[in-house]
Design a protein around this ligand. Sequence first.
Ligand SMILES: NC(=O)c1ccc[n+]([C@@H]2O[C@H](COP(=O)([O-])OP(=O)(O)OC[C@H]3O[C@@H](n4cnc5c(N)ncnc54)[C@H](OP(=O)(O)O)[C@@H]3O)[C@@H](O)[C@H]2O)c1
Length: 251
Amino acid sequence: MAKTAIITGGSRGIGAAMTKKLGEMGYNVVINYRSASSKAGTEQIAADLQKTYGVKTLVVKADVSKYEDCETLVNETVKAFGPNIDVLINNAGITNNCNWIDITREAYENVINTNLMSFLHMTHLVLPHMINHSDKKNQCCIVNTSSVGGLTGVINQADYCASKSGIIGLTRALALEFASRGVRVNAIAPGMIMTDMLRGVNQDELNALAATIPEGFIGDVSDIAGAMEYILKAPYVTGQVISPNGGFVLQ
Ligand SMILES: NC(=O)c1ccc[n+]([C@@H]2O[C@H](COP(=O)([O-])OP(=O)(O)OC[C@H]3O[C@@H](n4cnc5c(N)ncnc54)[C@H](OP(=O)(O)O)[C@@H]3O)[C@@H](O)[C@H]2O)c1
């Protein structure tokens, strides 16, 4: 029987690549997005997965920074695919790029609510639907998208780095708490990856960024989808932070 996966922020960039990989791996996929402008694109991804891999899909609009929207996302999943959830990919995220004097309280609260609180909400709501059927042979899996910003500091990104470090703490604590109940919890901490988050940056700045990376180039979304696939297929890996980053940060 096909397993069920939920992904937050599955409409674009890294999340869209992970969504496609989940379909390729045979999961029925619940794809979350938030912006009206992403509706058509997300529905297209869902239709392509159904056609290409024969999996079932469900598209759910929800602002995962809000607990009630996370409840809706999980309730819609259970209604469509039943009470057993096998995989949760927490991926939705935003950034501010603002110094800590000029930033507003509203702006940094939005980053923390989107990048960190949503991960707390979603794990809190989904874990009961994992431990109800998981065991050593039938493991469930949570993958949290952190960032190299959570491993080091980044200037003008204090709120972002706080959220991404928080995700690593959450990952490790939940991995320990649920290891004996058949749920693995890991994080991916991407380095610089070409998505809408970087597309606003001009070519000179991109070249300068690439020059700071030992491998000399900016990563692709497939690098992160590949790391997710590895984690989902690795039954002895839990509580880890895997960082595809071209050598930018060494752990
Ligand atoms: N790109 C990088 O270099 C990089 C590096 C390290 C870590 N990351 C992390 O990777 C993750 C994905 O980033 P990306 O580069 O793929 O960004 P992106 O292209 O800007 O996509 C962001 C995704 O998050 C969704 N999202 C944002 N706020 C949301 C909310 N409140 N509720 C539901 N969905 C929401 C967006 O949905 P809509 O389409 O509906 O807006 C979109 O699917 C983020 O957690 C980011 O911090 C990225």
